[in-house]
Design a protein around this ligand. Structure first.
Ligand code: RIB
Ligand code: CA
Length: 278
């Protein structure tokens, strides 16, 4: 029996690979995408979600439009959120399923459902504050003494610190932080072997990293988080007692959460390559 999966997302180049990984993995039943502002504005993340599902042959998956907010990472993901290549994906004339994310969670969550949140945590926090309980919540975000947007704060948590704080305090998440995902790079050789339509989206992101580091490829932040939903136990976790400060930095605090600290990245990369090749 496949695990029901909802991904809350701000596509976003690495989001695109995470969504494709879920769509092409029989272990999970992708029952919805909820969109949020983040890498680019909500209109674009929502349009990108529809187009990615059209490319993946998954127009059966409903897209629910979530929270608006300021775009924050066009320098990394391109003005259109997909490396300036969104036009290479199929146009989608499909309508969104709804714009009521809380109602969608209320209707669709079952005791088996996993939710993976790979953008700013605004939708998840709103649902928690409305009394929604997530049976299993996996969150890509934060960093312990590391950041990518400031020296201390990771983008998803920086974009809405109050929401990140709510998720840490009320959501009982598995947190997948930069400390792990910075070790999970999809290099040029990997990208040359997987779905070329998706790899074609990575130019802006690769150039951004090339100009700032020795990395040749992109960080697979979001796909690493989704992998834990597909094969539970992929990530080795450890309990920490944390909170989120006003900048969006993960700090020592009072709330016990599981933090993903390690994975066998070479093996996980091989697994992903098999699923993402066409
Ligand atoms: O900091 C990395 C996270 O921010 C990823 O989810 C990426 O897509 C951006 O949303
Ligand atoms: Ca993301």
């Amino acid at each position: 029996m496949a695990t029901p999966l909802i991904i809350d997302t701000d596509p976003g180049v690495d989001d695109a690979f995470a969504i494709a990984l879920a769509a092409r993995s029989p272990e999970v039943d992708l029952i919805g995408l909820t969109t949020v502002f983040g890498n680019v504005a909500l209109d674009l993340t929502t349009r990108n979600a529809l187009r990615l599902l059209a490319h993946l042959g998954r127009t059966d998956v409903p897209v629910v439009r979530g929270a608006e907010g300021p775009a924050g990472a066009a320098d990394v993901h391109g003005e259109d959120g997909l490396g300036g290549q969104a036009h290479t994906l199929p146009e989608s004339d499909r309508e969104i399923f709804s714009d009521d994310v809380v109602g969608f969670f209320r209707e669709r969550l079952t005791p088996e459902t996993v939710v993976v949140a790979i953008g700013p945590q605004t939708n998840i926090a709103k649902a928690l504050d409305a009394g929604v309980e997530f049976p299993k919540l996996i969150v890509m975000g934060g960093g312990l003494d590391v950041g990518n947007t400031t020296t201390r704060a990771e983008f998803n948590f920086w974009a809405d610190p109050a929401a990140a704080r709510t998720v840490i305090r009320k959501g009982n998440p598995i947190v997948v932080p930069l400390n792990l995902t910075h070790r999970c790079i999809a290099d040029a050789e990997f990208l040359a072997r997987v779905d070329p339509v998706l790899s074609n989206l990575t130019g802006t992101y690769s150039a951004y990293l090339r100009d700032r580091s020795d990395n040749r490829g992109i960080y697979f932040h979001d796909a690493v988080a989704v992998a834990e939903a597909i094969v539970p136990g992929t990530l080795t976790t450890k309990s920490h007692v944390l909170d989120v400060d006003d900048e969006g930095a993960l700090v020592r605090g009072k709330h016990q959460v599981e933090v993903a600290e390690d994975t066998d990245w070479p093996a996980l990369r091989t697994f992903m390559e098999q699923r993402l090749s066409v």
